[in-house]
Design a protein around this ligand. Structure first.
Ligand code: NAG
Ligand code: NAG
Ligand code: NAG
Ligand code: NAG
Length: 430
């Protein structure tokens, strides 16, 4: 008994110690911002020999999928045979033979299973993504580059699905909540990682931001190292499985109100809650929208409150672009380390004392030398989330997605700490 107990406890200790050691690992996935489309893009290596693949970062995406129509070549590619564990693991929809091509090729094989592919730029879903496995190399300096020998992904041949991508992008990197094959969930099959990740998008098209995979700490250098995952404001992550015909993998949060310079924006509060029957309404976070979208009725009240809060010596100007409709001269606006000194926006989360502060650097955008515009878009969102928090508002903020604990953490602007998302890489001397 004693002889048996001793090695077991040592083994257990070793095991715990090992998990402890391993889970300290962080994978850094670099993210660039495309200057033309403002899309956030990451590059991974896939196949044998490895080919660099550019993918659109899609926070609420179900899987990693690639366009297989442009000559997919790999000696390690393997399609998932019907009823295999890969098919059930990826929650495949159906099994089929190759029907859309005259001969078999990656993306069109006999006796394989299929899943949904999603393109958030055009809000398009297609159920013809073949379930496949291949080598995936992901991550970069200063972290590890992680090679996954059999990463499950979707292989698409549908021309409709590759519309609107930035130049060179051939697929989607999905970071969805529950799909077992989304990037955070699939990587977390390795005990080195956890189902926790942080998104830190760069506001510059010249320096890269990062997605941290793992439980933290998430460092940036200033040049001293700081853990930006400390002191976050956490709120509950809300699932919305009602919206659309495909169960949503998107991330929702509860917004209770919006304040501008301390003033409540008068809103129809019903719009801020997800409609339990239809799944519309509520607040979603999206890396696929460049600017935050507000339901027209929210937007109208929002812009009126913002204009009222602007200092009297700031004059409104005719918008030089169709994209925005509130623009003003920046001549009398002081610039601060968090951007133009305009009224601060508080996104009030689950309780009045829990709010995410949005400063000038994230609330307005410079469109010409002396003109800035309110970087929010009003849109008919009747069948959609009432608020979709987009890229410009997320930039230079860390957002932490803690999937096991179902919560999301916000840092507010890293510029308050005199740093930025691109400083994750201490090997670049700025
Ligand atoms: C695969 O599973 C489907 C149901 O999911 C079943 O109808 C079919 O017979 C199975 N095929 C084989 C070869 O086991
Ligand atoms: C694949 O399936 C199609 C249709 O079921 C069939 O006509 C074809 O011969 C099959 N090809 C191979 C190589 O098995
Ligand atoms: C508030 O919005 C809801 C949902 O769109 C709508 O049904 C309701 O009539 C609105 N209330 C007011 C006072 O406008
Ligand atoms: C504009 O008004 C603000 C306060 O309302 C003041 O702080 C600022 O100095 C003024 N700027 C100029 C150029 O007059």
């Amino acid at each position: 008994m004693v002889i048996f107990k001793l090695p077991l406890s040592i083994l257990l200790l070793f095991f715990l110690f090992n998990i402890f050691l391993c889970s300290a690992e962080i994978l850094y996935i670099p993210v660039t911002k495309d200057a033309t489309t403002l899309q956030y893009i990451t590059e991974v290596g896939q196949r044998t020999p490895l080919v660099p693949i550019k993918l659109l970062v899609h926070l609420g995406g179900r899987s990693l999928w690639v366009d297989c129509d442009k000559g997919y070549k790999s000696s390690t590619y393997k399609s998932a045979v019907c009823n295999s564990t890969q098919c059930s693991y990826s929650k495949s929809l159906y099994c089929d033979d190759c029907r859309f091509k005259p001969q078999l090729q990656p993306g069109c094989n006999n006796n394989t299973c299929f899943i949904w592919g999603d393109n958030p730029l055009i809000d398009w879903f297609d159920d013809s993504a073949e379930v496949d496995e291949d080598v995936l190399a992901i991550g970069s300096t200063p972290g590890v580059r992680f090679t996954w020998p059999r990463f499950i992904f979707g292989c698409m041949l549908s021309r409709n699905m590759v519309r609107s991508f930035a130049k060179g992008v051939t697929g989607v990197a999905g970071f969805g909540r529950e799909s077992p094959i989304s990037i955070p969930n699939q990587l977390a099959l390795d005990p080195k990682f956890t189902r926790k990740f942080g998104i830190c998008l760069s506001s510059s098209t010249k320096s890269r931001g990062v997605i941290y995979i793992g439980s933290g700490p998430y460092y940036v250098y200033n040049p001293k190292r700081i853990d930006i995952s400390n002191d976050l404001l956490y709120t509950k992550l809300i699932a919305n499985n009602k919206r659309g015909f495909v169960a949503s993998e998107e991330y929702y949060i509860q917004v209770l109100s919006i304040r501008i310079a301390g003033q409540d924006v008068p809103l129809n509060k019903t719009l801020l809650f997800i409609n339990k029957k239809e799944g519309d309404g509520g607040t979603m976070i999206s890396t696929a929208k460049p600017f935050t979208i507000l339901h027209t009725s929210i937007y109208d009240a929002f812009k009126t409150t913002f204009i009222k809060a602007l200092s009297k010596n700031v004059s409104l100007v005719e918008p030089p672009t169709k994209q925005f409709d509130v623009c003003f001269s920046s001549k009398n606006i002081r610039s601060t380390n968090v951007g133009p000194d305009v009224p601060v926006i508080d996104i009030v989360l689950h309780k009045p004392s829990a709010f995410w502060k949005i400063y000038g650097t994230n609330s307005v955008v410079q469109v010409s030398k002396d003109v800035v515009c309110l970087a929010f878009v009003g849109q008919d969102q009747t069948r959609e989330p009432s608020i979709v928090i987009g890229g410009h508002q997320l930039e230079e903020n860390l957002l932490v997605f803690d999937l096991p604990r179902k919560k999301i953490g916000f840092s507010s602007s890293l510029k308050l700490q005199q740093t930025s998302c691109s400083k994750y890489d201490n090997t670049i001397i700025a």
